[in-house]
Design a protein around this ligand. Structure first.
Ligand code: NAD
Ligand code: MG
Length: 396
C-alpha cells in the first residue's frame, strides 16, 4: 500500500489526483490532505477519503474544519500553518507526496518531501524554477524519486530510457521539443491583447486549470517556466530545448535522439494520465482517461511561437541561460504580476513588462543556498509591488 499525501488537494491537480487514487483503493491510501483556506471543500474530501491528517494554511479555516469533522465523528487530525505542512510532507507515515500547491508557496513542503526521500510527484513547477539545483541535490542525496507531473515533462520522462537521474543529462539525446497549446490568445493581434480580461485569459481552449497557471498559459510564461523546468530536470542546456506550438494539445512533448529518431508521448489532454503514470511508475495503472480517437482528431499541427507578441517566453529563455537567482526573480515577479492582472490592477501586456523591469534591476548571484533564493524571491516581490504601486508599469 502506498501512502500518499496530496498537498493542494482542493485545486485542479489535487482533485484529479484524488480521482485517480480512488480508482485504486487496493494500491493507495490517502494519508494526508492540505489546502490553503477552502475548508468546505477540504471537509468533503476528508469525509470521502478519511486521511489521518489535514493541514490548512488559514487558522480560521482549520478551526472550522476541525469542528465540522468532530461533529461528523471523523478522526482526521487537523493541523495548521507552514511548519505543519512541511512535517506532513516529510512524515514517516507518508511514502509519496503530490506537490500540487500553486506558486513558490509550495517550495518548503516540496523541499521537505525531497529531503525526506519521498517519491515526489512534482506538479509545483515553481518550486523547481525557484530552487532547482537545491531541490535536485536534495532528491539525489536522500534518494527521493522525482517524477514530473507537468504533462510535457512527464511526456519527456516517458520518452527517455529508464534509469534517469534527476538533473543528469541522458546520453544520445540531441534536443527536447516542448509543445505549447498557444493558449487562448494564439491568434489575437498584439493590439487586442491590451483589453483582454482575466476571465478571457483563464478560458483555456484545451485544459481546465487553476487561475494562476491559466494566465501563465495565456502569456506563454507557463512555457517559459517549463523551459527552465526541462533544463533542470533533464540536465539540458536551454538552446537544446525548443518550444513548438501545437494547438491540439495531443502530442505532449518529444525527445529527439542523435540518430534522428524522435519519440513522442500522445494522449487526450487530461492530467489524470501523467498523474496515474507517476503514481503507478514503473507500472501502468488505469487513470479514467478516455482512449484517443486519432481519426476523429484529423490533424495535428505545429508552428513556431511568436515571441514578439509573447515576450514572456524570451524573458524565461534569457533567465534559463543566466541561471543563479534570476529564475527565482522571474518567478516572483510573475506571481505578483499575475495576481495584479487577476485583480484588475494591471493590463495583460503589463505582466511581461513588469517582469522585465524587475529583472533589469536584479543583480544576479549564485543560488547555492536556500537563503539566497528566498532573499531573491523576497526582493523581487518587494520591487514588483513598489513598481505596481507607483503605476510605473500599469497601463503604459
Ligand atoms: P489551483 O489554483 O487549482 O490549486 C492550488 C492548490 O494549492 C489549492 O488546493 C490551494 O488551496 C493550495 N494552496 C495555495 N496556496 C497554498 C499555501 N500557501 N499552502 C497550502 N496550500 C496552498 O492550481 P492547479 O492548477 O491545481 O496547479 C497546482 C500546481 O500544479 C501549479 O504549480 C501548476 O503550475 C501545476 N500544474 C497544474 C496543471 C493543471 O492542469 N492544473 C498542469 C501542470 C502543472
Ligand atoms: Mg505543462
Amino acid at each position: 500500500m502506498m501512502r500518499v499525501a496530496v498537498l493542494g488537494s482542493t485545486g485542479s491537480i489535487g482533485v484529479s489526483t484524488l480521482d485517480v487514487l480512488a480508482r485504486h483503493p487496493d494500491r493507495f491510501e490517502v494519508a494526508a490532505l492540505a489546502a490553503s483556506s477552502s475548508d468546505g471543500r477540504l471537509l468533503e474530501q476528508c469525509l470521502r477519503h478519511r486521511p489521518r491528517v489535514a493541514v490548512m494554511q488559514s487558522p480560521d479555516a482549520a478551526a472550522r474544519l476541525s469542528g465540522a469533522l468532530r461533529s461528523a465523528g471523523v478522526g482526521t487530525e487537523v493541523r495548521c500553518g507552514g511548519a505543519a505542512l512541511e512535517q506532513c510532507a516529510a512524515g514517516a507515515d507518508v511514502d509519496a507526496v503530490m506537490a500540487a500547491i500553486v506558486g513558490a508557496a509550495g517550495l518548503p513542503s516540496t523541499l521537505a518531501a525531497a529531503r525526506a526521500g519521498k517519491r515526489v510527484l512534482l506538479a509545483n513547477k515553481e518550486s523547481l524554477v525557484v530552487a532547482g539545483p537545491l531541490l535536485l541535490e536534495s532528491a539525489r542525496s536522500s534518494g527521493a524519486g522525482l517524477i514530473p507531473i507537468d504533462s510535457e515533462h512527464n511526456a519527456i520522462f516517458q520518452c527517455l530510457p529508464p534509469g534517469l537521474e534527476p538533473g543528469r543529462p541522458v546520453s544520445g539525446v540531441r534536443r527536447i521539443l516542448l509543445t505549447a497549446s498557444g493558449g487562448p490568445f494564439l491568434r489575437t493581434p498584439v493590439h487586442g491583447l491590451r483589453d483582454v480580461t482575466p476571465d478571457e485569459a483563464c478560458a483555456h481552449p484545451r485544459w481546465r486549470m487553476g487561475r494562476k497557471i491559466s494566465v501563465d498559459s495565456a502569456t506563454l510564461m507557463n512555457k517559459g517556466l517549463e523551459l527552465i523546468e526541462a533544463c533542470l530536470l533533464f540536465g539540458m542546456e536551454p538552446d537544446r530545448v525548443e518550444v513548438v506550438v501545437h494547438p491540439q494539445s495531443i502530442v505532449h512533448s518529444l525527445v529527439e535522439y542523435v540518430d534522428g529518431s524522435i519519440l513522442a508521448q500522445l494522449g487526450n489532454p487530461d492530467m489524470r494520465t501523467p498523474i496515474a503514470h507517476a503514481l503507478g511508475w514503473p507500472e501502468r495503472i488505469a487513470s479514467g482517461v478516455q482512449s484517443l480517437d486519432l481519426t476523429a482528431m484529423g490533424r495535428l499541427e505545429f508552428e513556431p511561437p511568436d515571441v514578439g507578441r509573447f515576450p514572456a517566453l524570451r524573458l524565461a529563455r534569457e533567465v534559463a541561460e543566466a541561471g543563479g537567482t534570476a529564475p527565482a526573480v522571474l518567478n516572483a515577479a510573475n506571481e505578483v504580476a499575475v495576481a495584479a492582472f487577476l485583480a484588475g490592477r494591471l493590463d495583460f501586456p503589463g505582466i511581461p513588462r513588469l517582469i522585465e523591469r524587475v529583472l533589469e534591476r536584479h543583480r544576479n548571484g549564485p543560488a547555492t543556498d536556500l537563503g539566497a533564493v528566498l532573499e531573491a524571491d523576497r526582493w523581487a516581490r518587494e520591487h514588483s509591488d513598489s513598481m505596481l504601486a507607483r503605476a510605473a508599469v500599469a497601463n503604459t
